[in-house]
Design a protein around this ligand. Structure first.
Ligand code: MTE
Ligand code: CO
Length: 390
């Protein structure tokens, strides 16, 4: 493997001459040898790239934070390029004093920094009817977890003064989709952030620069990007994204609505179809991610035999509320075929269901809120395949 001239006992090329100086790369990038670690899309999934999705390469990452440049993207009308000088956030409706904030106004206010996962309700949606996409990037990659910095929405509401009959908020995006969602007042006053930074940097354009809503634990569709308007009202608005979309059609023809919370879920990221095992057998670190919209992850179990026997995995901190949580399970692989599964439990006692348990309750009409247990078949040659077992 590689070039023997660069390997011991020889002195490699990079030791023989000076390297590039500082600021050769004023904005750092990963090594060119890591160029396969990128967001990817599935071309047949959507008719255009403006209303589409790219997926986080979960199989190529570790820890619980997603690097900014690798966060999955979901746009309904492409990326809005907002000039921060012209950025305004309008707050009106059932308030004592309607307000318009500039970006500087927002940045001047008391702020907090919190890490949260952000998961599209359609994550794993293609898997409702059976195993389909080969790779956790595609089956589970509509999730990312970054450290947001922003102002609690409550601070802005206090500034404007909430009228007693205000029960709902409308969040509207500044992109040409003008994404709009209704948000209950209770959540708005609880932990919603008006965020402008991710992992310390200003938000990237793809993720809503300069300001987005962060709705911890709730479906990502509500995390309105390029946020331009918040209206207070006494009832929900019943817009497109909460009627014809982001509702869960059941077997009996009725649809669940306002299904905000993302239930506990997990996935083994390594090994997985894009990350096979390259050693023949022996000591193996299995790793994955777990998360819950209801709080902290309490425990993750791993099965090597398709759910017959379960062992408890090691959670590797930090373990934050409504954030991705990393788990590891170390074992000696005897080189036999295995059926790998992981099962998350959160601090409320909720246990991630199997796909058949989920379908019993929800049928197969839905594409949203699929948090069923994923199965990877590990073949003797170390390759991994997306399968379903009954
Ligand atoms: N906000 C606006 N303004 N426009 C959009 O198209 N897409 C929503 C949400 N907020 C969207 C938006 C959906 S469906 C998801 S899954 C998340 O943004 C994706 O956030 P991300 O692109 O930062 O991953
Ligand atoms: Co979405």
């Amino acid at each position: 493997q590689g070039n023997p001239a660069n390997q011991p006992p020889n002195v490699p090329d990079w030791t023989r001459s000076l390297g590039e100086g500082v600021v050769a790369r004023p904005y750092g990038k990963p090594s060119s040898y890591e160029s396969v670690v990128i967001r990817r899309d599935v071309e047949w999934l959507t008719a255009s790239r403006e209303s589409s999705v790219s997926f986080t390469p979960l199989h190529a990452l570790d820890g619980m934070i997603t690097p900014n440049g690798l966060c999955f993207e979901r746009h309904h009308a492409g990326i809005a390029e907002v000039d921060p000088a012209d950025y305004r956030l309008i707050l009106h409706g059932l308030v004592d004093k309607p307000l318009i904030f500039t970006l500087d106004d927002i940045k001047r206010m008391p702020r907090v920094s919190r890490a949260y996962f952000c998961e599209c309700a359609a994550n794993s949606g293609m898997e409702w009817r059976g195993a389909q996409l080969n790779g956790c990037q595609y089956t589970h990659g509509m999730v990312h977890c970054v450290m947001y910095t922003g102002v609690p929405l409550k601070t802005l509401l206090d500034e404007a003064g909430v009228k007693p009959n205000a029960k709902w908020l409308l969040l509207e995006g500044g992109d040409s989709a003008a994404m709009t969602r209704s948000l209950p007042m209770q959540k708005a006053l609880d932990d919603v952030l008006i965020a402008y930074r991710m992992n310390g940097e200003m938000l990237y354009p793809e993720n809503g620069y300069p300001v987005r809503a962060v709705i911890p634990g709730w479906e990502a569709n509500m995390w309105v990007k390029w946020l331009r308007r918040i209206e207070l009202g006494d009832q929900p608005w019943h817009h497109r994204e909460e009627t014809s979309k982001y509702t869960d059609l059941l077997e009996n023809g009725k649809a669940r609505r306002f299904t905000y919370v993302m239930d506990a879920k997990s996935v083994i990221t390594n090994p997985s179809p894009q990350a096979p095992i390259n050693h023949k057998s022996g000591f193996t670190v299995l790793s994955g991610l777990a998360w819950s919209g209801r709080g902290k992850i309490a425990r993750v179990d791993v099965s090597l035999d398709g759910g017959r026997n379960w062992q408890t995995a090691k959670l590797d901190g930090p373990i934050f509320d409504k954030a991705l949580t990393r788990f590891y399970y170390e074992f000696d692989w005897d080189g036999r075929e295995l059926l790998l599964q992981s099962r998350a439990m959160d601090e409320t006692g909720y246990v991630q269901p199997s796909k058949s348990e989920l379908r019993k309750v929800r049928g197969v009409n839905s594409i949203y809120h699929n948090n069923g247990i994923q199965t990877w078949q590990l073949h003797k040659n170390g390759e991994v395949e997306n399968v379903e077992i009954s």
